[in-house]
Design a protein around this ligand. Structure first.
Ligand code: MCN
Length: 769
């Protein structure tokens, strides 16, 4: 039941947005008379109509180097990208609303547009936001004290460049939903897919001037969110305000074209690294410079995503001297937001730098990694940026993946084979995936929220168990895995537990699903809540069995067991009997035990969790066409305790597919005039099953000592590893003929162009000789 499957309530209006066809333009008079005159049109609302009903968002967290930005619910005087919404049409049918949208006449004054970081950073560049001088919305810099000395000591400095193109989330169901205003109760219900129902509700209530108890967020199934469905975006707020103003339910179905061009986008980053190395390939120090193209508006603090890349870049390697400069620029493009693995480029940058070092020094790529990798003796490890790894195993996953791929044999084959038609490339990428971000991380990044998650387990008199927390699934299978963690803590049968999530009225306030925190923070909280509730159940059971203490009791699969002479035996009591007593027979409870069985527990992980994996692949490149074929693909991962091995594998498949799809094909392209060029799947290519390899997965689980159940998050690492392994393999193949791809996507056309360029350079050299 996705949002658009929900039947319309009586009297429901349909919304369609009028959007800017220009990258940058002043909004003159808006003439909606013709639109309004169309049969079935109930209202046409502009930014000025809504400004009094939805407050302006001010993005100004106290973060060094971050410029404040304001954003009204709809632009008042100027649009900033193609697809920027300017008005909302409300009509009896979506067709009438669509027709009416075309009749709204706007006196545009087209302005010059900024379509790249180069244009944004040029002297005298026009401003995307008048509040942001020089279009640089964020700048952050960091260096360890010994960095300069490390470079002075180095035998060589190796530089490498990495570019990533704009992409977008592509959920199966675009953003869609219903806003229902109950005027009698003065209550708003938002049936929008959201990964984080409570923060969503807090934001809706704040922007509309309502109390949180006046807003219920009831998220339907999402068909994918991938980070696009966390906070309420402007369309959701317009619907809420329109429903309240018109006192009628309002629904909206985003089109695929709108989702591709005006949902949220991500990933457009240029990174340059310089590595100070010894002749045997050891890194003494590293610098990185990141320029991120953020787009036109700030839905999230602009420093946040690029900063994560810089924060975790050292990844699995041992060097301690490190520095970065991170600049984030405004352009006239769709605004950026988190997208599964906002730090997706990181592992390609770090492991691509490893390959650049190996190439510059004539060393083997695997050997350079081994020499720099953290070993078991190094753990626990504090990185140059102060991050703590409590249980990483990067060398183990590297060796496991290389072995499974047959690295040594492939290297021999590479030398022996006839490469005149097809080039063989081998790619390695070890990922250190930051996940389950801590409260300190959120504070420092300026993101409203924290790292904690709240769990609730309620056992009813019949023994029925309801588990809940603030997460909402966009496809992670929480109904299964959260039931498993609650069951593990409680000692109940998984099948006796129902997971109820997504409704802000019934679930406890939590931070939601993002940053791969579901398993460790949500699962961890439910596990701990289960343990606490079990202690209460056993205390009651002890009283029912006339025992002085519950020490010899345990509950497994919902049966109370008793240890007699070292052997566990059935006690004759079950969860159902204890639950009935707890609720309905309080006179039998031991002293100090309250009636009822409801445990609420908040778990705030002390530090950000780190997980590692190594992705490895072999590719073949057709020299005549530039076509890539992935011959083998291996991923070895350590995500601590796996709650559900099948779901972990599914998440690895999905995340890796997303990384590969982005690295091979996807591009939310813009013209030099800022025009959006990828408005349908004809232009925005995503990988299909036959573009992707079969994944060979290996597991190397080392439970996290910091998590109550040993769990580490894992669902974004595949995206990071997919990009890195693929691009490193492509460049490994291309290096044999002196070519290189500094930027994604690795489409056949771009590979072919790189091959041609290398060939022309070679021919030029021969001619000159
Ligand atoms: N899991 C497990 N054992 C572990 C780690 C994870 O069994 N040691 C299970 C978890 O219980 C959960 C799943 O694997 O069911 C993913 O867990 P985790 O890595 O904690 O990630 P989250 O639950 O926080 O999910 C969020 C993450 C993000 S950030 C995005 S974006 C994302 C994603 O996961 N969007 C998705 N996966 C997605 N999958 C689908 N199908 N659709 C999306 O929109």
């Amino acid at each position: 039941m996705f949002a658009d499957d929900i039947p319309s309530p009586p009297n429901c209006l349909h919304a369609v947005f009028v959007r800017s066809p220009y990258a940058h333009a002043r909004i003159g008079a808006i003439d909606s008379a013709a639109a309004f005159a169309l049969p079935g049109v109930a209202a046409v609302l502009t930014g000025h109509d809504l400004a009094a009903h939805v407050s302006t968002q001010r993005m100004a967290p106290a973060v060094d180097g971050l410029q404040p930005m304001d954003m009204p619910v709809l632009p008042l005087d100027a649009v900033r990208f193609v697809g920027d919404p300017v008005a909302i049409i409300l009509a009896e049918t979506s067709l009438a609303a669509t027709d009416a949208a075309e009749l709204v006449d706007i006196a545009w004054e087209v302005l010059p547009a900024i379509s790249s970081v180069d244009a944004a950073s040029a002297p005298q560049a026009i401003l995307v936001d008048p509040m942001v001088p020089g279009n640089r919305v964020s700048f952050q810099s960091f260096a360890t004290p010994g960095l300069e000395a490390a470079f002075a000591r180095a035998d060589r400095v190796v530089e490498a460049r990495f570019g990533q193109q704009r992409q977008t989330h592509v959920p199966m169901e675009p953003r869609s939903g219903l806003a229902i205003w109950d005027n009698g109760r003065q209550h708003l219900t938002m049936q929008f897919g959201t990964q984080a129902p409570h923060p969503y509700r807090t934001a809706v209530a704040a922007r509309l001037g309502l109390k949180e108890w006046q807003v219920t967020v009831d998220s339907p199934e999402m068909g994918g969110g991938f980070g696009q469905k966390i906070i309420p975006l402007r369309e959701d707020l317009c619907l809420a305000a329109a429903a309240r103003l018109l006192r009628r339910p309002v629904r909206w179905r985003e089109t695929r074209g709108e989702n591709l061009t005006a949902g949220l986008q991500a990933r457009e980053e240029m990174v340059t690294t310089q590595a100070a190395v010894t002749t045997d390939g050891r890194i003494l120090g590293l610098t990185c410079a990141i320029d991120a193209d953020f787009g036109a508006w700030s839905f999230f603090p602009a420093n946040y995503m690029a900063r994560v890349i810089a924060m975790i870049l050292p990844g699995p390697y041992r060097f301690k001297e490190y520095g970065y400069n991170v600049a984030v620029w405004l352009t006239n493009k769709c605004p950026s937001g988190p997208m599964r693995a906002p730090m997706a480029i990181t592992s390609w940058v770090m492991d691509g730098t490893m390959d650049a070092i190996a190439q510059a020094l004539g060393l083997d790529a695997l050997e350079v990694r081994r020499r720099n990798s953290l070993t078991p003796d190094d753990i626990p490890w504090i990185t140059a940026t102060g991050e703590r790894y409590d249980s990483l195993t990067p060398l183990a996953t590297l060796e496991a993946a290389a072995k499974q791929l047959g690295y040594a044999a492939l290297r021999l084959e590479q030398v022996d084979r006839d490469s005149s038609e097809r080039l063989l490339g081998i790619g390695l990428c070890t990922v250190v995936e930051s996940n389950t971000y801590s409260s300190a991380f959120y504070r420092d990044a300026g993101i409203p929220g924290s790292g904690h998650e709240t769990a609730s387990i309620r056992i009813e008199p019949s023994g029925a168990i309801i588990a809940s927390c603030g997460l909402m699934s966009s496809g992670q299978g929480y109904e299964t895995t959260l039931a498993q963690t609650a069951a593990a803590g409680l000692g109940a049968a998984v099948g006796d537990i129902q997971v109820q999530i997504g409704n802000s009225d019934t679930a406890p306030y939590g931070m939601g699903s993002r940053g791969a925190r579901g398993a460790s923070a949500g699962g961890g909280a439910l596990y701990m809540a289960g343990l606490k509730l079990k202690a209460k159940l056993l205390a009651i059971a002890a009283a029912m069995l006339d025992l002085n203490s519950p020490d010899s009791l345990d509950m497994r699969e919902g049966l109370i067991l008793r240890q007699v002479a070292g052997v566990w035996q059935e006690s004759g009591l079950s969860l159902e009997q204890v639950a009935r007593t707890a609720h309905l027979d309080p006179l039998r409870l031991p002293p100090g035990i309250e009636p009822g069985l409801h445990q609420i527990l908040a778990y705030d992980p002390a530090a950000t969790t780190y997980t590692n994996s190594t992705h490895a692949c072999a590719v073949e490149i057709d020299r005549a066409t530039g076509a890539i074929r992935i011959l083998r693909y291996v991923a070895a991962e350590d995500c601590g305790t796996r709650i559900n091995p099948m779901i972990v594998e599914g998440q690895t498949h999905g995340a890796t597919a997303m990384g590969l799809s982005g690295a091979l094909l996807e591009h939310a392209a813009y013209g030099a005039d800022g025009q959006a060029l990828a408005g349908s799947f004809m232009d925005y290519a995503i990988a299909r099953a036959d573009d992707l390899p079969a994944f060979e997965l290996l597991h190397h689980d080392r439970p996290s000592p910091s998590n109550p159940a040993g769990i580490k998050g894992m669902s974004e690492g595949g995206t990071m590893g997919g990009i890195g392994a693929l691009l490193n393999a492509v460049n490994d193949a291309l290096a044999q003929v002196g070519a290189r791809l500094d930027a994604q996507p690795a489409t056949p056309a771009r590979i072919w162009a790189a091959l041609r360029q290398a060939q022309s350079a070679e021919e030029g050299t021969v001619l000159r000789r």
